[in-house]
Design a protein around this ligand. Structure first.
Ligand code: 1OR
Length: 308
């Protein structure tokens, strides 16, 4: 089981900063690899430099076991290029491509490795040692996962996710707040974000033929919006219908069907949301597909919502 104690960050004075010399070209490649990863989003400049200094480049050939389930945690990995499979008890549960990361759990909880990670093509990885990970990345990651876990567990589309899958979504969420009367999205605008309401109320208005603003809906905690009018209806609706879709097909479809926002959304009182960008949502579609297959009751509920 997971003890709170294991989440105590390594204290600063125990920590001798690792500096592994790098060429400018390597630094640039690290920048590109971690630029696509949510866990690195909120680093200040010093933390960023510490991360880059501590990273070790690992070239692995296809077939290499990077992590073995049950083993001891030493490194956290970010994928620069290549592909890797993640297996639990011999069954594939997910895969990683450029910008993906894995191996944080054993470092966070002092637990055995929860899965095996094997390269399915020659890959370039950047590895961050246990001490640097705990020192720089762990606190933010753990806080965010804790903060959003019970909330995400109550949101219909995420309800039947495994806790670990919800943690990955928590990693990708960005908080955003609005004051009373502030416009969150505007009818006919083109926007990319999907919003989940964490606290407060949002009112939806549509412009009537005579130009008047008519209230058409009101949403509160746990409800979501923003995706429906533009790309999420496509992704969810079509995805649900064709579960064999690949992510790239979905993306194509979503882009072809780009539509402006269908309503204006205004904060009614203070409104706290978390937002998920299109890129993040797309990356998280894999698990969403699985959930839908796993839970056909949810499937129909979502389909209904998507078609409303
Ligand atoms: P680790 O340090 O335990 C294996 O080393 C890594 O596999 C683990 O950290 C995660 O980064 C990654 N459950 C646990 N670990 C997972 C999972 C996972 N997926 C990837 N890893 N589940 C699969 C979710 C799609 C949950 C299965 C119940």
């Amino acid at each position: 089981s997971v003890s709170a104690e294991s989440l105590q960050p390594t204290s600063t004075h125990d920590f001798v900063k690792t500096v592994i010399p790098k060429t400018d070209e390597q630094r640039e490649r690290i920048r590109a690899a971690i630029g696509n990863n949510f866990l690195f989003k909120n680093l200040d400049e010093e933390q960023y430099i510490d991360v880059v200094n501590a990273m070790v480049e690992k070239l692995v050939v296809s077939g290499t076991k990077v992590i073995e389930q049950g083993g001891v945690g030493d490194y956290f990995y970010i994928v620069e290029s290549g592909t890797l499979d993640c297996l639990i008890n011999g069954s594939k549960v997910t895969e990683y491509t450029a910008g993906g990361s894995f191996g944080e759990l054993a470092l966070m909880y002092n637990a055995p490795r929860a899965a095996t990670i094997v390269a399915t093509s020659d890959s370039v990885l950047w590895a961050l040692d246990r001490v640097a990970f705990r020192m720089i990345l762990m606190e933010n990651t753990a806080r965010k996962r804790r903060m959003y876990d019970s909330f995400l567990a109550e949101v219909p589309i995420f309800k039947s996710l495994e806790p670990y899958e919800r943690h990955k979504i928590a990693d990708a969420l960005e908080p955003i707040q609005f004051d009373d009367g502030q416009v969150v999205i505007k009818e006919n605008d083109v926007g990319e974000n999907f919003y989940l309401i964490e606290q407060g109320n949002a009112v939806f208005y549509k412009t009537a033929p005579d130009g008047a603003q008519q209230e058409v809906n009101r949403l509160s905690k746990g409800d979501y919006f923003g995706g429906k009018s533009r790309w999420m209806d496509t992704t969810l609706g079509d995805l649900l219908l064709m579960s064999l879709f690949t992510v790239s097909h979905l993306l194509e479809l979503a882009l072809l069907n780009d539509r402006p926002r269908a309503a204006t959304v205004v904060a009614d009182g203070r409104l706290k949301c978390v937002t998920l960008g299109k890129k993040a949502f797309t990356r998280l579609l894999g698990p969403v597909m699985d959930i839908l297959q796993r839970n056909s009751e949810n499937y129909h509920a979502i389909l209904k919502q998507a078609n409303q």
